[in-house]
Design a protein around this ligand. Structure first.
Ligand SMILES: *Cc1c(COP(=O)(O)O)cnc(C)c1O
Length: 386
């Protein structure tokens, strides 16, 4: 084992040490952090894109479930923790995703760490995008399957690897539809073509797409009209849906199989009733109110427009997640500090979360941001980028 003190000091020196900062107060896209002299910061690091975490409909749904069922679910789904509420949520998710059935998990991390090992083992192959989320990567490693990583969003590279290595066993391709750190989008239609040609299973993580894309908020899968070609449509309730937990949607057989094989589902307590109720309310709300989505997209366009007119030349991507590349970890931390002095909170994303030399400030736009907030942030940002 490494010497802990040495390791921590080294990380601190190279700007790689992760530290926690408690939020004292939060609301309407603003944060009060401990030790920040009572100065409110505009939060550009939240994934609560549609501002649903503070929406009265979700709060009321959670309160009602809390009053009716109490705080905890008391057991796993396969014991006595299985509520009709969980089933209602799963039906709503299946419908949103255009699939026959769905299954909920404690979190997105647990979903990916449970689903992948349930589907493939050491006799099989996984083709995984190099920038896939750590939870996907960990699920792949847990499965024991042979892991083949293709260059980010590079379907030519994937095709080469499939041609060379596909073989005859089970092969799973796994991608995100909107990448969590780069905010770019996977060409799902072309990918479905490839997966059909090579006879693979396709799993798509829509953690950052559900609620934000698609006419009903069903994600890029819905927007690209590819639900039939996606075998496992995974996503979380903790981001645009303003709640907590995760799901996977698929055909009845796959879901029944996962109930029997996904260890992070089987051996873990069911989602608390209030959380399941908030998630259900969110799924219903994003379908009923496309205006929530339109409002968000207008804000995204506005913010990107400000940066471009202000002279920022680099591509800002197709989504609500806007990466501002700065290079080294220390530069990212410095710039994040400078922004914080201007009242803007944006996360410095550093290796190992992203590749070496590509540290960045990650701006995420949410419905909480007013035109004035966006203008203030764009001004502050333009001052510190080259
Ligand atoms: C956030 C995220 C997860 C993990 O979800 P949690 O519910 O936060 O555990 C999984 N995949 C992607 C792409 C994510 O961005």
């Amino acid at each position: 084992m490494v010497d802990l003190k040495d390791w921590l000091n080294q990380q601190r020196e190279k700007g790689g040490l992760r530290t926690l900062r408690p939020v004292i107060h939060r609301g309407k896209g603003r944060l009060l952090l401990a030790g920040n002299d009572d100065r409110e910061l505009l939060d550009f690091s939240s994934n609560d894109y549609l501002a649903l975490a503070e929406h009265p409909t979700l709060i009321t749904a959670a309160q009602e479930a809390l009053n009716r069922f109490g705080t905890g679910s008391g057991a796993s789904r396969l014991m006595s923790g299985d509520l009709a509420l969980h089933h209602a949520l799963e039906e709503a998710v299946a419908q949103l995703k255009g699939k026959e059935a769905a299954l909920t998990f404690g979190s997105g991390y647990m979903a990916n760490a449970g689903i992948i090992p349930a589907l493939v083992d050491r006799h099989d192959l996984i083709f995984s995008d190099r920038l896939n989320h750590a939870s996907i990567h960990d699920g792949c490693r847990l499965s024991g399957a042979r892991l083949v990583r293709f260059r980010h969003n590079d379907l030519n590279h994937l095709e080469e690897l499939l041609t060379e290595k596909r073989g005859t066993g089970t092969a799973l391709i796994v991608v995100e539809s909107i990448y969590s750190m780069d905010g770019d989008r996977c060409p799902l239609r072309e990918l479905v073509g490839l997966k059909e040609r090579f006879g693979c299973l396709l799993m798509v993580d829509e953690a950052h797409a559900t609620g934000v894309f698609g006419a009903n908020g069903g994600g890029v899968i819905e927007e690209d009209g590819v639900s039939d070609g996606v075998d496992l449509a995974m996503g979380t309730f903790g981001k645009a849906l303003g709640s907590y937990g995760a799901y996977v949607a698929g055909n009845r057989e796959i879901i029944e199989y996962l109930i029997n094989r996904a260890r992070s589902f089987i051996f873990s307590t069911a989602l608390p009733p209030a959380v399941a109720a908030a998630s259900l309310a969110a799924v219903q709300l994003i379908r009923q109110e496309p205006a929530l989505r339109q409002d968000l997209h207008e804000k995204i366009t506005y913010f990107k427009g400000l940066l471009h007119t202000g002279g920022y030349g680099a591509d800002l991507g197709p989504s609500q997640i806007i990466p501002i590349q700065v290079g080294e970890s220390s530069a990212a931390l410095n710039k994040a500090d400078l922004l914080r002095e201007q009242g803007i909170f944006a996360t410095a994303v550093r290796p190992p979360t992203v590749p070496q030399g590509t540290a960045r400030l990650r701006f995420s736009i949410t419905r909480h941001h007013s035109t004035a907030d966006l203008t203030k942030a764009a001004k502050a940002l333009l001052k510190i980028v080259d």
